[in-house]
Design a protein around this ligand. Structure first.
Ligand SMILES: Nc1ncnc2c1ncn2[C@@H]1O[C@H](COP(=O)(O)OP(=O)(O)OP(=O)(O)O)[C@@H](O)[C@H]1O
Ligand SMILES: [Mg+2]
Length: 503
């Protein structure tokens, strides 16, 4: 196995007087590329970094928003000699990934499976929520939705012995709206009741078997004492306990919720499941066996999900966030001592794919050797999609977890000001002063100094943006948090070539 040295240079940073390197170590600390429309994010810095990653043997995950991203990555992989490693999950393609199978198999304790799947589904649902509604910050709503997901999954497992999105959807759709509906006679018996009845029968059969296996004396003792019976039963048959919880949740709590609350929660969950049930998503992520898993990236596979958000909209986004989160959790579990291969997580128009656990993930990405590259035009894009209360604070603190930032030409004042502030201030000689007092020797010796921005916000407006008129050159400033980049400064102005080919 190739060894991967953390100090291996990826990008050379040069000025007339000095030279430095942006290394694997820096890549694992995360990168954010900003720039206005057509500023050269994708074809300038994005192209160079992705080709460097590919050439260095990284595995990776690529999420897509624009339909042309697949072609671009095919070209990049070809340039870097990595075409064999590219695995595309797309309609009509060769690769499928079964989320529920994967999550069920990657943990052995029965209980942990439900929790894992709830966590995954919940994260995706919450990432897709309308941020302005503030629903995301409402703890009641969140808990109620969690509990519904949890209990539906458990009911599905207890009645069918396995999980399927279709069964879950049918169950959610047919939970009675009221106790009256539940008691009504001559109504069609629907999925929810069938599932519950089946679960009850399954558990009853287990109980009968267990009870019959007990010595007569113990049977008698248990029959006389309900509390003791339940205690022994729950100890012996975990499913019995589960059924009791299901019973309490649905009949004592959920069915009795007010209509308005119920309908919000029902719609959120069933609407989500409904999208997953539609093709092509259903076949790609829920129906067929996995031909590829996140762990394959540790052996150099580059997974690209070709369900561009511009074409597939909400469901394209749901699936990609889902895969991204499952992938991130797999990478966190890796052991870098056994396999040190770097992997990258790539998202152009990244604001589409951010979820609530991203800040935590970024905090551990460095030690799991994941090089994240997020590309987005400006900060307000992130505010709108990370949103909720304190959007600006949340986004800026998240940005702090991506140590390298590259700023291309931008007309967004907020982002330019942010860049200028990050780069910071320095003392400059006040030239007007030194000119006017040039005759006075003692005054020139004590030239006055002014504090000013090293780069003013308006400077970012004028950067070159590539294309033939600029000889395919794209300008940008690379800023590295915490480290000196070049010449004792934390930033360097760079020129990227849109026709870059790695040597
Ligand atoms: N391979 C290429 N060769 C030459 N010019 C290109 C190439 N790719 C893009 N361009 C041009 O260079 C400029 C920068 O394009 P690029 O797609 O990199 O911008 P971007 O910052 O990613 O924009 P967007 O926000 O729209 O994705 C645009 O004018 C574009 O038309
Ligand atoms: Mg782009």
């Amino acid at each position: 196995m190739a060894s991967f040295d953390l100090d291996q240079p990826l990008i050379e940073l040069v000025s007339q007087t000095s030279r430095n390197y942006w290394t694997l170590r820096h890549a694992f600390e995360g990168t954010q590329i900003f720039g206005g429309i057509g500023s050269g994010k994708t074809s300038g810095s994005g192209r160079m970094i992705s080709l460097k990653f590919l050439k260095a043997g990284f595995g990776g995950l690529i999420l897509t928003v624009k339909p042309d991203e697949k072609d671009m990555w095919q070209e990049f992989c070809q340039i870097a000699g990595r075409s064999q490693d590219l695995a595309i999950i797309e309609p009509g393609g060769r690769h499928t990934f079964n989320v529920l199978d994967y999550e069920s198999k990657s943990h052995n304790q029965q209980h942990a499976i439900t929790e894992n799947i709830v966590e995954v589904l919940k994260t995706v649902i919450r990432a897709g929520e309308e941020k302005s509604s503030g629903k995301n910050d409402d703890p009641f709503w969140e808990t109620a939705l969690d509990m519904l997901i949890f209990n539906v999954i458990d009911l599905c497992k207890l009645s069918k012995g396995k999980l399927s999105i279709l069964d879950m959807y049918n169950i959610v759709q047919t939970i009675p709206k009221s106790m009256d509906e539940l008691r009504a006679e001559n109504v069609e018996v629907k999925a929810f009741q069938i599932a519950f009845e089946t679960a009850r029968q399954n558990v009853t059969a287990q109980i009968d078997k267990w009870f019959a296996s007990l010595p007569l004396s113990i049977q008698e003792k248990l029959q006389e004492n309900d509390a003791l019976f339940e205690e022994q039963l729950f100890g012996a048959i975990p499913d019995a306990r589960l059924l009791k919880f299901l019973d309490q949740f649905f009949f004592d709590n959920f069915i009795g919720l007010s209509e308005k609350t119920r309908s919000i929660i029902d719609f959120t969950f069933s609407g989500f499941l409904f999208r997953l049930l539609r093709e092509p998503v259903y076949s790609l992520f829920f129906k067929n066996a996995s031909t590829i898993t996140p762990e394959d990236c540790l052996n150099g596979k580059i997974i690209l999900i070709n369900l561009p958000v511009k074409l597939y909209h909400k469901v394209g986004r749901d699936c990609q966030i889902l895969f991204k989160y499952v992938w991130q959790r797999a990478m966190e579990k890796r052991n870098v001592h056994h396999n040190g291969r770097p992997v990258f997580l790539w998202a152009d128009e990244a604001q589409n794919f951010i979820h609530e656990h991203d800040p935590d993930f970024q905090a551990t990405a460095r030690s799991s050797r994941v090089a994240t590259v997020y590309i987005s035009q400006n900060l307000p894009n992130y505010y709108a999609s990370m949103g909720g209360q304190k959007a600006e604070y949340k986004v800026k603190s998240f940005m702090g977890t991506l140590a390298t930032k590259i700023f291309h030409a931008n007309a967004d004042i907020e982002t330019n000001k942010y860049a200028s502030d990050l780069i910071g201030e320095a003392f400059f000689e006040d030239r007007s002063d030194s000119l006017t007092v040039s005759k006075d020797f003692s005054r020139t010796r004590s030239r006055s100094l002014l504090v000013d921005k090293l780069m003013r916000p308006e400077e970012f407006v004028k950067f070159r943006t590539g294309g033939p008129l600029n000889n395919f050159r794209v300008e940008g400033v690379l800023h590295k948090q915490g480290d000196m980049v070049l010449n004792g400064q934390n930033h360097v102005k760079m020129v990227f070539n849109q026709q870059f080919i790695p040597s």
